[in-house]
Design a protein around this ligand. Sequence first.
Ligand code: ADP
Length: 369
Amino acid sequence: MNRARIILIVLSIYIFAAFGWWTYAHCNNSRIIYLQQKDVLEMRCYKATFDIQGAINQDLFEDTLGLSKFFAVNYPDLEVVYVNVNDPLNNFMVRPTLQSYQDLESLYNRKLSMYIAEGIVMILLLLWGIFVIFRSFRKELFLKKLQGNFLLSITHELKTPITAIKLYMETLLKRNINAEQMRTIADNSLQETQRLQDLVEKLLLSAQLESHKYTLNKQSINLSELVNEILINFNNTRPDQQKIEAIIQDQVIIMGDPNALEMIINNLLSNGLKYGGADSLLKVTLDQVNKETILCISDEGDGISDEDKKLLFNKFYRIGDENTRKTKGTGLGLFIVKNLVTLHGGIISVSDNHPKGTKFKIKLHSNAE
Ligand code: ADP
């Protein structure tokens, strides 16, 4: 990739230089041609004078009228000026007409503008081409990073439960264990299996969303009740140090898919707890103003840089380096959330929480069909 980039830079510099030179050389040639044409025009005056002298010597002209006629026919780009009116046929001078000078100059100017315009158009096209190529380079690098993230995180997320289940099964086979221990092992194995199932479902859902095959099953639902139920669930499972403060407006009714909305809220809440820090406060608010429903989830974690905010909703995007990252995850959660919100006709945004942390805000139209 880097080699290709260097080749492109060198090639671009060469093309720009060659183009600059081409434009300069053409403009310069036009100027030389213009000066030469001027010289030719002026030299034609000598030839014309010589021809007229010959004609006068042969008495071909009786007066200036005849001479002027001869001039108009044979030298339309020249004019004759009579210096002495008393003896005009012996005292005249030949010079280029003002019009012929102007014609040469406008031809030169036309060529010059043509080369400059062509140069500008080509340079703009070139700049556009280089910009497009660089953009696709960057995109490819970004996709490569996502692919790397995906492989590392997915391997880790698959390996951990499989290893755990294997260990539990080995324990069951090797040791004599009582009924209570058996129950603990079975419970743990079930949890790990659930983890695997969740991961596979997330992958499937992402694929369906990406190929636009996922459809919502919309119905009128009480979002206040749904958020409260999910919060009760979370309150039962989260560590004691993490607090959740909820301000939920009553009777917020919207048209939506309950499963999809549950996934959205679950994902944002678990992210808030996961990235919010050990003894942080997670704030959840739900309001309905006019016909707009607004759900906000803000944590007190390290926050997200502006650069990452733009990329966060991409599939498999995880902040930082997968090799050194401490938190578990796949980078699928926010991709799914964003797509489900969009399918509901809503908008999700991410901003800084004050004094610290991150705030996710979802706007839904209350009566969206
Ligand atoms: P996952 O959590 O499985 O990695 P997500 O799609 O839910 O995937 O999140 C993508 C990335 O966004 C996470 O890896 C994390 O780096 C970042 N992120 C998500 N939510 C938060 C948050 N509340 N605070 C800080 N970073 C966050």
